[in-house]
Design a protein around this ligand. Structure first.
Ligand SMILES: Nc1ncnc2c1ncn2[C@@H]1O[C@H](COP(=O)(O)OP(=O)(O)OP(=O)(O)O)[C@@H](O)[C@H]1O
Ligand code: SF4
Ligand SMILES: [Mg+2]
Length: 330
């Protein structure tokens, strides 16, 4: 299992969703088809780190996050949390685990009950986990409201989500996520739906809370500039697989996988990959139902050779703590 400082580890993780079939299709064939949303992923998240997970839409980032939190069940593979295999936890054991790991979604408006007062929404996880009585809960929530910058706390406690701005709502979602003092948070595009001018302050809040509460994050984002700002390591996902993972500085300076180079070339990032020929990303991401054989990136890869269509590349180490799955390096 390796590094004992790892808080989370996934090994060979897969999630296949069965494709709904029409009536005629059911008559014609017994064959079931699957969306291979996550298709064999292995990585760790170290205690106290922010690991960013980046990749185009549909690459399996959110599904990976939900699998780790055990919000959905894997098709294959194992999930470890704090050294314990949590893949098959059920019932009370799973419930107890839940307060140690939380999620922050992209759209706080969708994740907050519009009829629930802000204070009650933040108190809710404490109530579910039986962590405090009514009076203690109120105290804890007021303290937390203040901590996330929603002051005067008494006033915010009684408001409804519709009475808040997008940034304020995300602060509520963050407060609700940390109120049980979790060790690990999956943040799934937490600033993507927030006005650009407010993003930095939300990211700063998340970093402050990380230090204060000793949190570790899996930070899912489309935005490479955000990933660079917030994370210590970055994992690049393509069509259900992690194709490159390494320290964020190193991956930005020496992106090894052609897909990573294409992503970096496509986005205006401060300090882009210098000295490397930009890779143009051609075409759309293929359907996760019909994944290309061999290296799944080969139909779009300008550097593909014969072997790429035949054999799937293994992860190899190309620098300190920097791994890539590409035949150019094996
Ligand atoms: N419940 C589901 N049933 C069927 N297919 C699903 C389900 N959830 C996700 N998928 C499919 O799995 C693939 C991966 O989806 P996922 O949401 O994990 O991607 P993502 O990287 O988070 O994308 P985005 O950046 O758009 O959020 C997609 O093809 C998606 O359509
Ligand atoms: S294995 Fe081949 S197709 Fe895949 S990224 Fe590397 S060079 Fe491109
Ligand atoms: Mg997603």
């Amino acid at each position: 299992m390796g590094e004992d400082e790892e808080l989370v580890r996934v090994e060979g993780l897969k999630k296949y969703f069965p494709v709904e079939r029409g009536f005629v299709e059911r008559l014609l064939t017994r064959r079931r088809r699957f969306v291979r949303a996550v298709d064999g992923v292995t990585f760790g998240i170290r205690r106290g780190e922010v690991l960013s997970l980046v990749g185009e839409t549909g690459s399996g980032k959110s599904t990976t996050g939900k699998l780790i939190l055990r919000l959905i069940d894997p098709t294959e593979g194992r999930i470890y949390f704090d050294g314990e295999d949590i893949t098959d936890l059920r019932g009370e054991e799973l419930r107890r685990l839940r307060r140690r790991m939380q999620i922050i979604y992209q759209d706080p408006y969708a994740s907050l009950n519009p009829r629930m007062r802000v204070g009650d929404a933040i108190a809710h996880p404490l109530e579910i986990h039986g962590m405090a009585d009514r009076e203690e809960r109120r105290e804890a929530v007021l303290e937390m409201l203040e901590r996330v910058g929603l002051v005067p706390a008494e006033e915010f406690y009684d408001r409804f989500p519709a009475q808040l701005s997008g940034g304020q709502r995300q602060r509520v979602a963050i407060a609700r996520a940390v109120i049980t003092r979790p060790e690990f948070i999956v943040a799934d595009e937490p600033v993507s739906s927030i006005d650009v001018s407010l993003r930095a302050s939300i990211l700063e809040l998340m970093m402050d809370l990380k230090e204060e509460f000793g949190l570790s994050y899996l930070f899912i984002t489309h935005d490479l500039a955000v990933a660079k700002y917030i994370s210590s390591r970055i994992a690049v996902m393509y069509l259900g697989k992690v194709v490159e993972v390494g320290p964020v500085e190193e991956v930005f300076r020496n992106p090894a996988h052609p897909y990573t180079r294409a992503l970096l070339a496509a986005v205006p990032v401060p300090d882009p990959a210098r000295g490397l020929a930009p890779v143009e990303l051609k075409g759309e991401i293929p359907s996760a139902i019909d994944i290309p054989p061999g290296c799944r990136f080969h139909p779009r890869c300008p550097e593909a050779s014969d072997v790429c269509g035949e054999r799937e590349p293994e992860m190899v180490e190309v620098g300190p703590d920097h791994f890539v799955a590409c035949h150019l390096y094996s």
